[in-house]
Design a protein. Structure first.
Length: 499
């Protein structure tokens, strides 16, 4: 009995936990107004083999002013950065994102506390302001209800908190806070030669993405004539915001859900086998009760009630397993998976737990109950009471049932084992791939320079040149260097054909 309860609790708990993640990330509606009208905007240069490339901010401004396919366009740099948050004499690295002043209004996000950026706050020389994530508000500021009266020291500069993003809001993924782009990068937003942003647009009512793409390419052609020295790639790539945010997470989560469903099936098969063996031990009891007038329905009902009692205990333990598994999975799943922090045992997850319990109880108890009731005939009772061996047909049926369950257990376990083996093989194959360099004895670290102390590119360049010289002078350093995008550490960039 204890074994059956533990097996069912494990299966129900894992299914509930993984469904909670799937529900929070994939099934829950995006917290934006009409998210189907939101798209990411990139440029593309197929002849050069460049599928996606950033655009310059002045070009984004041209597209916004001349396009009629969009209600409005916002811009974000293609990467986030680490900012140093100073509090209580200590410094903590947080993920910071820059955005244009209309970022939150384009998304149609209602901030639960405060507001988004004002247009005048996204201008060079404007007072520094910041919108913080719900996670940052809770973890770093303790959910302070007077947070709008606080200011944060980021990279040495004081920023006034003007808003708190909704719980689960994560655009771009993993962002802890957002600041206006123009005050932070005044030299970038006026230079047509620096392509560093991608657009975030809200399509006009009734406009199809293909229509918007065609119009934007016409505008780009006009801009190329006006500024031939800054000719940009000619094609436009539009990607739905939903696919961009969730597309990479969907295979991982659905595969995990399928795996735990198989675990639940294995648990149900094991419990059914245990109940079948237990029913065989109670055969004499069942047959005697049948001889005394108990009907088949009564016997099945009693056995199902016993199983219901066990599964009710199992679901209680399973919810405890699910609660712990959710915390573990949150720590294991990559931070790039959006809305992960909103996963919890909400009513939808509890409904799935109830459904899993019902299916587990039915699957684990129905076959053993029917087998026990079918063997409980009056003739069987008389033979059993007289010491006469059971009929060959009954014994054969019982052996067939146990064999069927054993085969099912082995088959389901083999599926899980095969999947795990393929995963391990894939990981080993990845490890055997030659990356083109030797990672042995190579150390890497991330260094973010405070924007207030190093506002200009020449000063940053001079710092890194001096750092390289000092590192090279160390006796145990053979070589050193600096790079913007570390190999195999970022998905930014693109493939280029080499001939």
């Amino acid at each position: 009995t204890a074994t059956a309860v533990l097996l069912l609790a494990l299966g129900i708990g894992l299914v509930t936990a993984v469904f909670s993640l799937v529900d929070a990330v994939l099934l829950a509606p995006l917290p934006f107004e009409e998210p189907d009208r939101l798209v990411w905007l990139w440029q593309s240069d197929p002849p050069a083999g460049v599928p996606m490339v950033e655009i310059s901010f002045p070009v984004l401004r041209d597209l916004q002013e001349r396009s009629r396919s969009f209600e409005t366009l916002a811009g974000l740099p293609s990467t986030t950065s680490l900012a140093s948050y100073e509090a209580g004499g200590e410094s903590v690295d947080v993920t910071a994102a820059l955005a244009t002043g209309n970022f939150f209004s384009v998304l149609g996000v209602d901030l639960p506390v405060g507001r988004g950026f004002l247009p005048e706050e996204d201008r060079a020389g404007s007072p520094a302001v910041v919108v913080i994530s719900h996670r940052f508000w809770q973890q770093e500021l303790g959910g302070d209800p007077h947070v709008l009266e606080r200011s944060l020291r980021l990279d040495g500069s004081v920023h006034q908190v003007v808003g708190v993003a909704p719980e689960g809001f994560s655009v771009p993924a993993g962002a802890d806070l957002w600041t206006p782009m123009s005050p932070a990068l005044p030299q970038y937003v006026e230079d047509r030669g620096i392509r560093f942003v991608h657009g975030l647009g809200r399509l006009a009512e009734g406009v199809h993405p293909d229509e918007a793409k065609a119009e934007l390419e016409e505008v780009l052609a006009q801009v190329a004539v006006e500024y031939p020295q800054f000719a940009a790639p000619p094609e436009v790539v539009l990607t739905s915001l939903e696919e961009s945010l969730l597309g990479g997470s969907r295979p991982l989560l659905l595969l995990s859900l399928g795996a735990v469903l198989l675990v639940l099936l294995v648990a149900c098969t094991n419990v059914a086998h245990l109940f079948l063996v237990r029913g065989h031990g109670r055969r004499r009891e069942m047959t005697v009760r049948a001889a005394l007038g108990a009907g088949r329905g009564q016997l099945v009902q009693e056995l199902l009630l016993e199983m219901a009692l066990l599964t009710s205990i199992a679901v209680g333990l399973g919810l405890l397993v699910a609660q712990g598994a959710i915390h573990i999975l949150k720590a294991m799943v990559p931070a790039e998976v959006p809305r992960l922090e909103t996963a919890t045992l909400d009513p939808r997850a509890l409904a799935v737990a109830a459904l899993a319990t019902l299916l587990a109880a039915a699957g684990a108890a129905l076959l053993p109950s029917l087998k026990s009731s079918l063997s409980a005939s009056a003739a069987e009772a008389l033979r059993t009471a007289s010491g006469i061996p059971a009929s060959g047909r009954g014994s054969s049926r019982r052996r067939s049932s146990r064999s069927l369950l054993a085969v099912s257990e082995i088959a389901l376990s083999l599926v899980l084992l095969l999947g795990a083996s393929l995963l391990v093989r894939s990981l080993l194959s990845l490890r055997s791939i030659d990356p083109g360099f030797s990672p042995r004895k190579v150390l890497a670290f991330t260094l973010e320079l405070p924007a207030d102390r190093y506002p200009e590119v020449p000063r940053r360049t001079a710092f890194f040149e001096r750092l390289e010289e000092e590192l090279a002078a160390l006796p145990r350093v053979a070589a050193d260097g600096a790079v913007l995008m570390r190999p195999l550490k970022t998905t930014n960039g693109w493939d280029l054909p080499v001939t």
